[in-house]
Design a protein. Structure first.
Lengths: 567, 452
């Protein structure tokens, strides 16, 4: 089929690359239009197909290997080396077996959205998706309009089954998302700024006007957390059972919800902020400040782990990718920056408004401003985000929070007129693990899970930037003494820089050449001084050491006059 | 436009009837779980603590003898039985499950010095300081007797009198010869009243003897002249001898690696040797504070148990330099003999206080029927604990053992002495010409020479 040249020219380089690449990621199939009809497939030979499956297998095995094998070259103990080699072999085998049985163990395949012909995925509306999809899924697209109770924020439980919605004017509601049943709604008659579920659907915390409160599933108030003060944002760290909160005065608090102990209470020192997110990979809490810095905190230190300047103006929102290596931040200058957290470098800058950001389980990024929501996706695994879908709501709706629902292809939107839910194919993880999060949990399973997770509760000291460091060997840092040559070289370098300094040109007869010369000599002396001081100190110490046995030097008749050292 | 959205129907993911099991879905993807290593570490810590809580190794004592117990024998065909002989000539057959005497074999006039059972488990051979070797009939009816009468006794099948007092006896693993140790090493047949063969190398008494489990014609003996000798019956002459600095009290062959044996020495250590290369010990097992009296390997070949004069029983790994486990009681005095049960779950020790004691081989093991889920959980906890046992918190808990005060003090004293010796050696080396003082590894240090 012939197609006009202009289409060929306008093909994005990335799409051309994706035609030539035989490699296809297994779990997402986000394919975009390539200017070809769906019938004409790129030619694939048998050999290439086999390569395809081998590559897939390799990718899967890599995923299960969790990093590189250990380097056994430096191990001198032969017994230990042998034992470690056997272990590494065993890990390799188990990764291969896990990759092989994946095809039997995982019953569902992920969602996808493919545009055909000349249409683009970001022009596809929710109504057209609803038409193509089955009834059960189309039920999940709705708008709940509650105009008088203020902008709504949402939170989902970790299995995506229950949702807590909180309206600013005091409306708290718990909804079962499977059956779309309202379980309980209460009116607390105070401003509610944020809501967060604790470890399961039985407990949730609401950040009310003066203090945060913890409520039961029935709406009974269980605890009033007076120590936290007027909280702006709440976050729950699942593995550690810690409730983190940031309040109006910029104080960050960590409280253990199992025993009620306050673990940490830190003054950030950077003012009031309401941008707070937890990195699910390592449990670190990140705050975005009005100076444009993002600080990362852990409960055992009063100084932030990391302070990075992200934006020239205030940071308006923050989101973490579930793999823990990517962070998206947005500032008031209408740019979204995608950061690599291993190197703390910007990978990508997108020209996009974003008042709120959220990553899905599969790595899709939702950005919402005003009444417009944009979904960005990185196709083919390379961390290059581009537009995937868009959604614009009715004009008066101001988006407050976007949140992807775990294990479903659904995006929950909390806005000024209530909350909505739209379908985003390919955003959720299709296969859940019953021991991690089970959307079909019975109450018995929930109770068992609670006990098991309490037994596995991590102490707050395990929160660190790189959680894979647990159990590794800390290499002792050897401080090397600089040799004489190094010291001399340093002195030379200091003298050179001192020589090169430029002086202010003085006027009114003060710029005499003799004065300039003395000033220059002064600068060089100043540069030399620390090195000379060091030299004299060393001479003193060596002289002192030599002086320690004067008995050997003194003749016998004078030995009684030798100063006795206090023993 | 092609679109597909995740939609799960409740029927597929929940059970149909309440009699069915709940459905479980697994996805081993590491991205679904965060901080796996920290979770494993917490589990390892809890597993170590639970281990210590459930560590109750002592099961019971078998009371009955009237003098100290010098030797024990296992019946290879019957798991529940153990024979023990004491210093007043009393030999008893015990039922381990009920910890009572099934049968007594009176007859010896002096101390019973050695006990062993024949290959098919029907004949018990005992030797004593009254210069006799007695063979007793041990029938299945005898063993399975549930009617425990304390005066249930049997007559010996045969009594052979010979020239000198005997110190030890051992039966071939796969044959019908047994060997006795005394002034010389004698090889006997069940039916002959005189030894078939005699070995003599050196002029000192042989105090222990053991046949090789893999090769029925090889045996190892240890003598009072601080030597360990290997004999080969086919060659009818002694094969090899290694002389050490101190006397070896007992030898045990590794049943899974029959070329290796471990010798329990008078200098508080056990030395593992490869029988083909006796010039250097394979491994030195240190931890006792007094002479090691007896040693026995587990049927898995991975562990061995030692009993020592310092009133403790220790369990070592076959290749480990230090003990894994130590058992002691206030009432247990000098331990003279130990045996590992044939199913590797129990350790039996016979000591000076006339009691045989039954211990668990793994102190926190759950006895009895263990359900498959329980067993899997135990295995998982064991594995995760072993993976993190080098980290300081976990190591502190795993290593912790309560030692009786005399043992603790003696161990400290030994340690200071060894440290002092080592430091002196280091200083001597540092202040002498490089290469003039050569330190020998411990594995070689205790060997004087090897003789063909």
């Amino acid at each position: 089929m012939k197609f006009p040249m202009k289409w060929a020219v306008s093909l994005h380089r990335q799409f051309a690359a994706s035609i030539l690449k035989f490699q296809q990621p297994n779990f997402t199939r986000l394919r975009l239009s390539r200017g070809l009809s769906s019938k004409a497939k790129p030619p694939v030979t048998m050999g290439a197909k086999k390569e395809n499956s081998d590559d897939e297998m390799d990718e899967k095995v890599k995923k299960y290997l969790r990093g590189d094998a250990a380097n056994l070259e430096g191990v001198k103990d032969k017994k230990l080396k042998g034992q470690l080699a056997v272990r590494e072999d065993l890990y390799g085998k188990s990764a291969k077996t896990a990759a092989k049985i994946e095809k039997w163990l995982l019953p569902s395949e992920g969602g996808y959205l493919e545009a055909e012909g000349i249409e683009k995925t970001w022009r596809i509306k929710q109504e057209s998706i609803a038409r193509e999809v089955d009834i059960l899924s189309s039920r999940n697209q709705y708008d709940i309009v509650l105009p008088e109770l203020g902008p709504y924020t949402l939170d989902f439980t970790s299995n995506g089954r229950y949702m807590a919605a909180a309206g600013r004017k005091g409306h708290l509601a718990i909804v079962d998302m499977k059956t779309l049943n309202l379980i309980k709604e209460i009116q607390v008659r105070e401003t509610v700024r944020d809501v967060a579920y604790l470890h399961n659907e039985l407990f949730f915390a609401a950040a009310q006007k003066k203090y945060p409160y913890i409520y039961n599933r029935e709406g009974t108030e269980l605890h009033c957390l007076k120590e936290h003060g007027p909280v702006l944002r709440l976050q729950f760290l699942k593995n550690h059972f810690l409730l983190a909160s940031i309040n109006k005065f910029g104080q960050l608090r960590y409280q253990d919800v199992t025993m009620g102990e306050m673990i940490g209470n830190f003054r950030t020192g950077l003012g009031r902020t309401d941008v707070m997110q937890v990195n699910p990979f390592n449990g670190v809490v990140a705050l975005g400040h009005s100076s444009g810095t993002v600080t990362m905190w852990k409960p055992t230190s009063s100084v932030p782990l990391v302070k990075m300047l992200c934006h020239p103006g205030p940071v308006s929102s923050l989101a973490f990718h579930p793999n823990g290596h990517l962070m998206a931040t947005s500032g008031r200058e209408n740019k979204i920056k995608i950061w690599d957290l291993r190197k703390f470098e910007v990978i990508q800058t997108l020209p996009c408004h974003a008042k709120t950001l959220n990553f899905s389980q599969k790595g899709l990024l939702a950005a919402g401003t005003g009444s417009f929501i944009q979904i960005l996706a990185d196709f083919s695994g390379s961390q290059n985000y581009s537009s995937y879908m868009t959604h614009s709501m009715a004009k008066g709706y101001q988006v407050g929070k976007v949140l992807f629902r775990p294990y479903e292809d659904i995006l929950g939107i909390g806005h000024s007129m209530g909350w909505s839910s739209i379908l985003i194919p390919g955003s959720g993880e299709p296969n859940f693990d019953s021991w991690v999060a089970n959307p079909f949990e019975t109450s018995k399973q929930r109770r068992e899970k609670e006990v098991h997770s309490l037994l596995d509760k991590l102490p707050p000291e395990t929160i660190m930037l790189d959680p894979t460091k647990v159990g590794t060997v800390r290499v002792p840092q050897k401080k090397e003494k600089p040799t004489k040559k190094d010291i001399e070289a340093e002195m030379e370098a200091a003298i050179e820089t001192a020589k090169g300094t430029e002086f202010k040109k003085k006027t009114k007869g003060r710029n005499k050449p003799s004065k300039r010369a003395t000033k220059r000599r002064e600068m060089i002396d100043k540069a030399k001084r620390p090195f000379l001081e060091q030299q004299t100190q060393e001479r003193e110490t060596s002289r002192k050491k030599q002086k320690t046995n004067p008995e050997t030097e003194m003749p016998k008749s004078l030995q009684r006059f030798v100063r006795q050292k206090a023993t | 436009m092609k679109v597909k959205v995740i939609s799960r129907s409740t029927d597929e993911f929940t059970r149909e009837r309440s009699q069915d099991l709940q459905r479980v879905f697994r996805n081993f993807d590491p991205s679904l779980r965060s901080q796996e290593k920290a979770v494993e570490y917490v589990r390892a810590l809890n597993a170590a603590k639970l281990d210590k809580i459930f560590a109750r190794p002592f099961i019971g004592a078998m009371d009955g003898h009237r003098d100290s117990i010098k030797c024990m024998a296992k019946n290879p065909n019957y798991l529940k039985a153990i024979f023990s002989g004491s210093d007043d000539g009393d030999i008893r057959l015990w039922d381990i499950a009920s910890r009572r005497t099934v049968c007594q074999f009176p007859g010896h006039q002096g101390a019973v010095q050695g006990l062993t059972v024949s290959t098919d488990g029907s004949v018990l051979v005992s030797c004593g300081s009254d210069c006799t070797v007695r063979l007793w009939n041990v029938s299945d009816a005898n063993l399975a007797d549930s009617d425990y009468l304390s005066d249930n006794s049997s007559k010996p099948q045969a009594v052979y009198i010979w020239k000198n007092a005997f110190r030890a006896v051992d039966h071939q693993w796969d044959g019908d010869l047994f060997a006795t140790a005394g002034a010389q090493v004698d090889i006997w047949n069940h039916n002959r009243s005189q030894p078939v063969n005699t070995f003599d190398w050196g002029s000192d008494t042989t105090i222990s003897i053991r046949f090789n489990p893999g090769e029925p014609n090889i045996l190892a003996t240890s003598a009072n002249d601080r030597s360990i000798t290997l004999y080969d019956l086919r060659m009818s002459s002694p094969a090899r001898k290694v002389i050490m600095r101190t006397k070896t009290n007992s030898i045990a062959w590794n049943p899974m690696e029959p070329m290796n044996f471990t010798a329990a020495n008078e200098d508080c250590n056990c030395y593992s040797y490869d029988a083909r290369k006796l010039e250097e010990a394979k491994c030195v097992h240190k931890d006792h504070v007094s002479a090691v009296m007896d040693i026995d390997f587990s049927p898995t070949g991975r562990e061995f148990v030692t009993g020592s004069y310092d009133r403790t029983v220790r369990i070592f790994q076959y290749n480990g330099g230090h003990s894994q486990e130590i058992y002691h009681t206030k009432r247990m005095q000098r331990v003279f003999c130990v045996k590992y049960s044939c199913d590797a779950s129990y350790v039996i020790s016979g000591s000076d206080d006339t009691n045989l004691r039954l211990w668990k081989a793994k102190a926190s093991e759950q006895l009895g029927v263990v359900l498959p889920r329980e067993r899997k959980k135990h295995e998982y906890l064991e594995a995760v604990k072993n993976r993190y046992k080098h980290l300081p918190e976990v190591k502190r808990i795993v290593r912790h053992r309560h030692l009786p005060k005399p043992v603790y003090k003696a161990a400290n004293l030994r340690r200071t002495m060894i440290e002092a010796e080592r430091r002196k050696e280091q200083r001597r080396k540092a202040h002498s010409a490089p290469g003039s003082i050569v330190t020998e590894p411990v594995r070689k240090r205790r060997i004087i020479k090897e003789v063909e």
